[in-house]
Design a protein around this ligand. Structure first.
Ligand SMILES: *Cc1c(COP(=O)(O)O)cnc(C)c1O
Length: 386
């Protein structure tokens, strides 16, 4: 089935998740049918076939971020990878210190493990960002202390798409002998990631934000200079070199790797196409009065557009739009409650403007025609509300 049939609203919520690419699904199916073996089974061909598929996928992922295959640990997604990285480092480096630095605009899958650690007696600094959403490197340098063990700063923001300067942050952390973790859930498959050039020690990945299946992700864990220590958070059969026990979901892992391959193959042309669609949408929306772009104008994911609109209520806006286009207001995770997005508040937006926001995530299956419809619909609904 086509991921977007004509009767359904146009899907423009790519930061929340993306439709699975049909080629990804095709790659996965044999591993749900005949090649169903447990990759840990070493006594028969069912196990060998599954193990070979996992090995290939691990290589694809490693190549995509310039890592070695032994540095890739499969997880259930980026939430688990973030928990393993942050809690795992905190526990393993207790002797070195108890101070962690992160940023106010991080995903809750980073903020909540940090809050959990605070309850256990760790100290966490939540850095403010500039009005454009970027981290100030001087501010970051000033927070680093002799007992700082970890800095966790995301690659691409899940609400405003802003891209943090990973290489500069990595160099700074390296020069202070502090480990650097980055949540690259929104980056993988869309922007270049290079753990060597960016001096990244731990990187969280997930498949479902770039046309792969939900329920699979990975954590990159550096093995040399420095070799990162990590306390496992899941104990059991010692899969994944003891870092993450549990039977590997071969079909999910195969789909993850296929999605990465497709993402790399279409770059950078697809990035240019998405950027054009995004810019077209923004140009059209600017015919409205009181429209504000949230986040840096160019240092942003190509398909990402987040705007606040003066004088309208975000919830009313979504209600008016939802039969035509699927978008979100603020954070998808936070949109169940009435609180304005913590990311937009951190940019310095007042509560009203933070609540009156729309997040568009344009992706592989969107067309120019859909973008024109989305623009017209949004303009019409805003005008009907003001
Ligand atoms: C989606 C997302 C997550 C959570 O990933 P899951 O694989 O759904 O657990 C974490 N961080 C960021 C930045 C995300 O966009």
């Amino acid at each position: 089935m086509d991921p977007q049939t004509s009767q359904r609203p146009i899907y423009l919520d790519g930061h929340a998740t993306t439709p699975i690419d049909p080629q990804v699904l095709d790659a996965m199916l044999p591993y749900l049918r005949e090649q169903f073996g447990n990759p840990s089974s070493q006594s028969h061909c069912y196990g060998w076939e599954a193990a070979a598929a996992v090995k290939h996928a691990r290589q694809v992922l490693a190549d995509a971020i310039h890592a070695d295959p032994e540095e890739i640990i499969f997880t259930s997604g980026a939430t688990e990878a973030n928990n393993l990285a942050i809690k795992g480092v905190a526990e393993a480096y207790l002797q070195r210190g108890r101070h962690i630095v992160t940023v106010k605009t991080e995903h809750r899958a980073v903020l909540e493990p940090c809050r959990y650690l605070e309850r256990l007696g760790f100290e966490v600094t939540y850095l403010a960002v500039r009005p454009d959403g970027l981290v100030d490197l001087q501010d970051l340098a000033q927070t680093l202390r002799s007992d700082t063990v970890l800095v966790s700063i995301m690659a691409a923001n899940s609400e405003i798409g802003v891209l943090q300067p990973l290489a500069e942050i990595g160099a700074l952390c390296r020069s202070h002998n502090v480990l650097f973790h980055t949540d690259a859930a929104q980056g993988i498959g869309k922007i270049p990631l290079d753990v060597r050039a960016m001096s990244v020690d731990l990187m969280s990945l997930t498949a479902h934000k770039f046309y792969g299946p939900k329920g699979v992700g990975a954590l990159y864990i550096r093995r040399r200079s420095p070799r990162v220590q990590l306390a496992p958070q899941m104990h059991g059969g010692e899969q994944e070199r003891g870092f993450r026990s549990g039977t590997l979901p071969t079909h999910q892992i195969v789909g993850f790797a296929k999605a990465v391959e497709l993402g790399l193959a279409e770059q950078p042309q697809e990035g240019d196409r998405l950027r054009q669609l995004r810019d077209r949408l923004y140009v059209r929306l600017q015919t409205l009065d009181g429209i504000h772009l949230n986040g840096h104008p160019t240092q942003r994911l190509p398909g990402s557009l987040n705007v606040s609109i003066e004088g309208v209520d975000g919830a009313a806006l979504l209600l008016g739009l939802r039969s035509q286009i699927a978008v979100s207001s603020g954070s998808a995770c936070a949109s169940g409650d009435a609180k304005p997005s913590h990311v937009l508040v951190a940019l310095g937006r007042d509560r009203k403007l933070a609540s009156a926001s729309l997040r568009f995530g344009i992706g592989r299956f969107n067309t120019l025609e859909e973008i024109e419809i989305a623009a017209s619909e949004t303009i019409a609904v805003v005008r009907s509300l003001t």
